[in-house]
Design a protein around this ligand. Structure first.
Ligand code: SF4
Length: 296
């Protein structure tokens, strides 16, 4: 049935573009970082190589990084939409993208160590569904590399070691501590997603949700918007720089979210995303046709 087949085609295109074409806001931020570094510095050299890599990936229709990452899809669908169909079409699109080399065979059986040829396995790809009132399907995709995923960390406050109490200054200390500890590993300059509160599972999930935001947006919560600004400045004053080689740009963005919490717990979950910040969204019609790209 033609209408249904369109979903597979459109989702394949979403995966392809996400893998090869860095979003414009991220590229603009990398170019601004490059311009800020001293001529002849290692930071400038690293950023120059990254920018060259970005251009080559786009031109050659090749993945931005050899690690094409863990796939997280976020779908917003109208009421009564057939999500089983969407799951099947997403899996087919991912298999095809793997076969054609837009995704590396990147999924491993955690018990046997065997690889999955198609990237389709228990828990892969990750798919989240939400309902929306509109008569379209929003499809968003995030590809997150393993190196930066390893830099994620969760704090339980209070934490006397880093002097963090259960307040926003405590949150600030956690975020700076996580960036300081990473020392550029996970391929800086990156983006930091944070969740204040929640439990251990929802905290990390909400921290990662922050990566669907644009780099130049700010939290709608005034206190968090203020803290995002302050943290970005302070993190870049640490001087860790691209790949930890020193310089004025360690992170390109810090995005804070918050969830309610239980009285006995106060978690701060920090997720780190590398410079290869591959995220893209598409607005699809009910037959699966791409109406427009949501994040260019
Ligand atoms: S952390 Fe990112 S840029 Fe570094 S190897 Fe992994 S995917 Fe590539």
């Amino acid at each position: 049935m033609k209408g249904i087949a369109d979903f597979e085609r459109s989702l394949f295109e979403l995966v392809r573009r996400t893998s090869v074409d860095l979003p414009m806001d991220v590229e603009t931020s990398l170019r601004a970082a490059y311009a800020r570094q001293k001529k002849g510095s290692r930071a400038r050299e690293v950023l120059g190589t990254i920018l060259e890599n970005v251009e080559l990936a786009r031109k050659n229709d090749a993945p931005l990084c050899q690690d094409t990452g863990t796939m997280t899809f976020l779908f917003r669908v109208p009421e009564n939409f057939d999500t089983n169909m969407l799951v099947a079409k997403t899996r087919a699109a991912v298999s095809k993208a793997t076969r054609l080399g837009y995704l590396r065979q990147n999924t491993i059986d955690s018990v046997t160590g065997a690889g999955y040829e198609t990237n389709i396995a228990h828990g892969a790809p990750i798919m989240h569904f939400e309902q929306c009132a509109r008569k379209v399907v929003e499809a968003h995709l995030l590809l997150k590399g393993g190196g930066c995923e390893n830099m994620g960390v969760q704090y339980s406050l209070p934490n006397t070691k880093i002097g963090a109490d259960r307040d926003l200054d405590g949150v600030r200390r956690c975020v700076l501590h996580a960036i300081q500890n990473a020392q550029g590993a996970g391929c800086a300059p990156g983006i930091v997603g944070v969740c204040i509160g929640g439990d251990r599972a929802t905290g990390y999930a909400h921290a990662k949700e922050q990566f669907f935001r644009k780099l130049d947006d700010k939290s709608p919560v005034k206190a968090l918007a203020r803290l995002e600004r302050m943290l970005l400045k302070e993190a870049n004053e640490l001087g860790i720089g691209p790949m930890g080689l020193g310089g004025a740009t360690t992170v390109m963005g810090i995005k804070l979210g918050a969830l309610s919490r239980a009285p006995a717990s106060f978690f701060v979950s920090v997720s780190y995303m590398c410079w290869a910040f591959r995220r893209r969204g598409a607005i699809l019609g009910l037959r699966g046709d791409i109406k427009r790209w949501a994040c260019k």
